[in-house]
Design a protein around this ligand. Structure first.
Ligand SMILES: CCCCC/C=C\C/C=C\CCC/C=C/C(=O)SCCNC(=O)CCNC(=O)[C@H](O)C(C)(C)COP(=O)(O)OP(=O)(O)OC[C@H]1O[C@@H](n2cnc3c(N)ncnc32)[C@H](O)[C@@H]1OP(=O)(O)O
Length: 304
């Protein structure tokens, strides 16, 4: 895995993705032609995502494929962030659709096993990767559309909320929301801020405290998602939605996006290390570890 990530990192360019927000400090690059990037866990394992860029439209489709539930582990988060970074560097790419290659699940959120029984050092490394993924997506110069084709709790919901537009499959068996409190854990301030920016303060206050998971219809009502469509039309609708965003001159849209999101991004950037140490000291507490253990046991019992 580490080798695969190093290979990916080597291909990617190290510029920050905040270029439109005035933070650029790297060089720019681009892929020579339409590309398929396949991030692999290791040389022999199955791929954990595919990224297909259609050079005629400038739209990339990033399909997450980390069975069984696309839970966001340290490695997977890193792969996702690096893949986005590579698209950012490609001048032929203007937008990305994020979706899942797994049936019924967009993403089960952060990998609970990364937070349970791990050393403080490893927890810190994990949390930095969560921050990095959020920073990259929330500040992306690209038009980002989440095509949510399954359940999307907690970190999965967060990933979708970093996007500019969310389209969800209209299936009452799916749910979406920040359910952290149901696990006995707490959504950190930047999860909370992203939620407030998406659905407004009062709705976020209720949703976060109760750890609510919404059906697609209810998520549409509160503005957590922007559109519902039959599942088979999800990616085509996302591609069509992209056209509305592409009709706006990139620089005007990007500067506006930055104006809307920069205060939230800067808040995390100025407190990253404190946020990591808060996470580590919170998550490694005995009482929190017990809550996570119980939650994992219940997940397994539900299955049995
Ligand atoms: C005072 C100061 C405060 C400071 C605060 C500072 C910091 C903040 C601290 C903490 C913040 C943490 C933020 C956390 C965010 C998260 O994302 S936590 C993850 C939340 N996710 C969930 O609750 C989802 C749980 N999963 C499910 O509900 C279901 O699995 C499903 C996604 C709906 C899919 O259902 P189904 O198709 O029926 O699949 P199974 O339930 O059978 O699952 C298959 C296997 O996958 C395992 N699994 C599921 N989800 C996860 C996960 N998130 N992580 C790891 N593993 C997961 C599940 O256990 C099954 O495993 P086995 O096959 O049984 O081994």
């Amino acid at each position: 895995m580490a080798t695969a990530l190093r290979r990916l990192a080597k291909c990617s360019v190290s510029a920050r993705l905040l270029s439109f927000a005035g933070h650029s400090r790297g060089r720019r690059g681009h892929f020579a032609r339409p590309c398929t990037v396949v991030a692999q866990r290791n040389f022999s394992s199955a791929s954990t995502m595919t990224v297909d860029l259609d050079s005629s439209t400038g739209i990339a489709v990033m399909k997450l494929h980390s069975p069984p539930v696309n839970s966001l582990s340290l490695d997977f988060l890193t792969e996702i962030a690096i893949s986005l970074e590579k698209l950012e560097m490609n001048k032929g790419c203007r937008g990305v659709v994020v979706t899942s290659a797994l049936p019924k699940i967009f993403s089960a959120g952060l990998d609970i096993l990364e937070m349970y029984g791990k050393s403080p050092e490893r927890c810190g490394e994990f949390w930095r990767a969560v921050q990095e993924m959020w920073l990259k997506f929330y500040s992306s110069r690209l038009v980002t559309v989440a095509a949510i084709n399954g359940s999307s709790p907690a970190g999965g919901c967060l990933l979708s909320m970093t996007c500019d537009y969310r389209i969800m499959a209209d299936n009452p068996r799916y749910s979406i929301g920040l359910n952290e409190t149901q696990l006995g854990i707490v959504a950190p301030f930047w999860f909370k801020d992203t939620m407030v920016n998406t659905v407004g303060h009062r709705t976020a206050e209720i949703a976060l405290q109760l750890g609510l998971l919404y059906s697609p219809q209810d998520a549409l009502k509160i503005g957590m998602v922007d559109e519902l469509v039959p599942e088979e039309k999800l990616v085509s609708t996302a591609t069509e939605a992209m056209a509305r965003w592409f009709a706006i001159p990139d620089h005007a849209r990007q500067i506006t996006k930055s104006a809307m999101r920069k205060p939230t991004i800067d808040k995390l950037l100025s407190a990253r290390e404190t946020d990591i140490s808060n996470f580590v000291s919170f998550i490694t507490k005995d009482s929190i570890q017990k809550s996570l253990k119980l939650y994992l046991e219940n997940l397994r019992k539900k299955k049995a």
